[in-house]
Design a protein around this ligand. Structure first.
Ligand code: ADP
Ligand code: MG
Length: 253
């Protein structure tokens, strides 16, 4: 008999347990995350929504080890991030977590392909060529790989940033408002790519968004308010998400 190992497929890609993050103290004390329990199952696309200041970015940063937690644990697979020293955390972040920011953060002097493989080049890791080919096929930028960021549209730049996040075949990709700077057409291309990476490549993606249309690409939406998950929607559509937001804040249109 074989017991499920640490990389058991049944284990969520990432988990938060009583995740709590407090900023400041005294008059400036802010509880940004308040005992959040959350699972991110493998091969699923989760959207996170909530008002400005509700803790969406803090949740992503704590889950991705970009920020320490005040209490509770963030796990990537079976690894509790708070058990790692700085060096081990850096390696885990590099090899097992992808992160996409609202600003594309590409290096202007490098080509698209060089940007995509940069994290692996720095780490001295050889890319899995078959995986990389699949990422590039899915992102649909074959004819743009030799271009520099200034020669690409915003949507193309963000797709390069997403491809970079995926290139090392991470356990999970976190994207914080990846379509926030894009028009709806370019945004749709980025969302198509993220969803395809989940469907075709079994990636696990977590995305913060304000846009009900973007949330409609996900398998599940988590709604945050005041540092807590207050509601959840399975198999969302843009229409149902919009209805849900209106019900909670009738002033929103
Ligand atoms: P969201 O992404 O949902 O807009 P954030 O996670 O950025 O919200 O912020 C949640 C709360 O934590 C807010 O009240 C914010 O002001 C506070 N906060 C976030 N980052 C910091 C920080 N570095 N220092 C102090 N307070 C912060
Ligand atoms: Mg934010």
């Amino acid at each position: 008999m074989t017991l499920p190992g640490p990389q058991s497929a049944a284990l969520p890609a990432a988990r938060g347990r009583t995740l709590t993050k407090v900023f400041g103290e005294g008059d400036t004390r802010v509880v940004a995350l308040d005992r959040v329990d959350v699972d991110f199952d493998r091969g699923r696309f989760t959207a996170i929504m909530g008002p400005s200041g509700s803790g969406k970015s803090t949740l992503m940063h704590c889950m991705a080890g970009l920020d320490s937690v005040t209490e509770g644990q963030a796990f990537i697979g079976d690894v509790d991030l708070s058990s790692l020293d700085d060096k081990a955390l850096t390696v885990l972040r590099r090899d097992r977590i992808g992160f996409v920011f609202q600003a594309f953060n590409l290096l202007p002097t490098l080509t698209a392909l060089e940007n995509i493989t940069l994290p692996m080049d720095i780490a001295g890791r050889k890319p899995d060529q078959a995986w990389l080919d699949q990422v590039i096929d899915t992102v649909g930028l074959r004819d743009r790989l030799a271009h520099r960021p200034t020669e690409l549209s915003g949507g193309q730049q963000q797709r390069v940033a997403c491809a970079r996040a995926l290139a090392g075949r991470p356990d999970i990709v976190f994207a914080d408002e990846p379509t926030g700077n894009l028009d709806s057409r370019s945004g749709a291309d980025v969302l198509d790519f993220l969803r395809s990476s989940v469907r075709r490549m079994d990636q696990t993606v977590v995305m913060v968004t304000h846009d009900p249309k973007a949330a409609g690409y996900a398998d599940r939406v988590l709604f945050l308010a005041d540092g807590r998950i207050v509601d959840e929607m399975a198999e969302p559509t843009a229409e149902r998400v919009l209805e849900r937001l209106k019900a909670f804040d009738p002033a929103e249109d």
